[in-house]
Design a protein around this ligand. Structure first.
Ligand code: ZN
Ligand code: ZN
Length: 481
């Protein structure tokens, strides 16, 4: 039996060992139940490879040039996707994923066979491994699931003249090394952002394209309702979400409050009988009403910047009109959603006053604002938001507005000072998790490590916490290389 077939049988056997009846699963300890999740995932990855190979073969035998004698057509289906949907019982989307990944696997294998037998040219064209060979390789070795491999491929996009296949292949290898544990959605975003970092000059064009695609349509319905559809570009989305957050954030795991009136307000939102969707709509209307009531002639600018864009000083000060080489980083980051913006947008936001200045050193570490009071003040919180980019917990995607500051040296226990170096941002859920279940975060120089309790990891291996800010990770990586 091939090693692959062996893996498939072994993973299936491991799953089957858990039983199939309700009573079998009720009898499982918590630890065994968690173990089952890992076993199922391993089997899914192995099984996904079979499905991708099968789908690609069906597609190959259903090619257009076979016309009605193609496999899908002979069986009464207009396309291999339709065949897979009905016979293979998968969604249209999954059928598409399987076919394209399976075909990519086939191309990589064919190229590898030619190269292995010393053939480097076919019909005058050089034989090269396809750029996505690391991704299909990770799928074949069970490191990535079908959904994960698909997300990585789509997020990285196609090679262009400026972004070569080799660059994308290297990026794919790094992402597989560092991020293969991420959910497909987060993997897609991570890949997309990394691709943008390769093409800093392209950020402005992409920003413009998203801006132009933005728009909202209002459709009156026959029952008197108004249907609203459309899409909103990242910078506008950050403004809208920030303005609407106060209306619903206590419902969606927002940070806890310390002042009595804030606590009461948050509780009122939680207890409100309206749905969260209704609260969002009422919040939007509230903002519109307040906005229309203001006299445009005397309208004051908002007290608080709605969208925060973070950049290095070099980017903020780059002379783009003089054709300055897009400064040292050449991009900024929207704090609340992590999207990249161009140098031009950074400077426009600065001009509007919609920006926060936090000076970071070349390692991405904000300048120290050490103080002796117990709570982090607003400026320190802003510095933490810039540095951590959201909840630092591995895999968590809560933005800075949804986080609380945790002292790595506990104030009472360690007589901690409110030094930003000793603070990290965690969402409410993970902050409670840390304190209630005895996880610990410690600092070594500029790195933060999360140590699980013995009940989770008997060896208590510390996990390195990475900033969720693309800008900060970019600076750190550059400083390290
Ligand atoms: Zn804490
Ligand atoms: Zn979190």
């Amino acid at each position: 039996m091939s090693t692959f077939a062996q893996t498939l049988v072994e993973t299936a056997t491991a799953v089957a060992a858990f039983g199939a009846d309700v009573s079998d699963f009720e009898a499982l300890s918590d630890d065994r139940l968690l173990e089952l999740a890992t076993v199922i995932a391993a089997h899914e990855r192995a099984f996904g490879l079979v499905k991708a190979q099968h789908a690609a073969q069906v597609a190959r035998r259903s090619r257009r040039e076979f016309g009605h004698s193609g496999l899908a057509a002979r069986n009464g289906f207009a396309s291999p996707q339709k065949f897979l949907q009905h016979v293979g019982n998968v969604t249209a989307r999954e059928a598409g994923q399987l076919i394209s990944l399976g075909s990519a696997l086939g191309e990589a294998e064919a190229a590898r066979e030619l190269l292995d037998s010393g053939i480097t040219e076919v019909g005058g064209a050089p034989v090269e491994l396809p750029w996505d060979a690391p991704i299909t390789g990770a799928l074949a070795s069970g490191l990535l699931s079908v959904a994960g491999a698909d997300a990585l491929r789509r997020g990285l996009g196609d090679p262009t003249e400026a972004i070569t296949g080799r660059m994308l292949a290297e990026l794919a290898e790094r992402l597989i090394r560092e991020c293969s544990e991420l959910s497909p959605d987060r993997l897609l975003k991570a890949a997309r952002v990394e691709r943008e970092l390769l093409d800093l000059d392209g950020i402005q064009a992409r920003e413009q394209e998203l801006y132009e695609r933005g728009g909202v349509k209002l459709f009156p319905q026959t029952d008197g309702m108004l249907r609203l559809t459309g899409q909103i570009d990242p910078e506008s989305a950050a403004i809208l979400n920030t303005a609407l957050d106060p209306f619903t954030s206590p419902r969606r795991g927002g940070p806890r409050f310390t002042r009595t009136e804030d606590i009461a307000r948050a509780q009122a939102i939680i207890d409100d009988p309206r749905t969260t969707e209704r609260l969002t709509l009422d919040g939007l209307l509230e903002l519109v009403k307040r906005g229309s009531a203001a006299d445009p002639a005397t309208m004051q600018p908002a007290m608080r910047a709605l969208v925060k864009i973070v950049s290095t000083v070099d980017t903020a000060e780059a002379d783009i009109n003089a054709g300055d080489p897009a400064s040292d980083t050449g991009f900024g980051v929207i704090e609340s959603n992590g999207e990249l913006v161009s140098t031009a947008s950074v400077q426009r936001a600065l001009c509007d006053g919609d920006s926060v200045h936090v000076t970071v050193d070349s390692h991405g570490k904000p300048l120290d604002l050490g103080r002796t009071s117990r709570l982090f003040d607003r400026r320190q919180r802003e510095a933490l938001a810039v540095r951590d980019g959201g909840c630092l917990w591995p895999g968590c995607d809560r933005p800075p507005a949804f986080t609380e500051a945790h002292h790595t040296k506990q104030w009472k226990r360690d007589r901690g000072k409110t030094n930003i170096a000793d603070g990290v941002l965690l969402c409410r859920f993970h902050h409670l998790q840390l304190h209630n279940n005895h996880w610990e975060i410690t600092r070594r120089k500029t790195d933060y490590w999360l140590t699980p309790p013995r009940s989770v990891d008997p060896a208590q291996n510390p996990i390195l916490l990475k900033s969720k800010s693309t800008l900060i990770e970019h600076l750190r990586r550059r400083a390290a290389s």
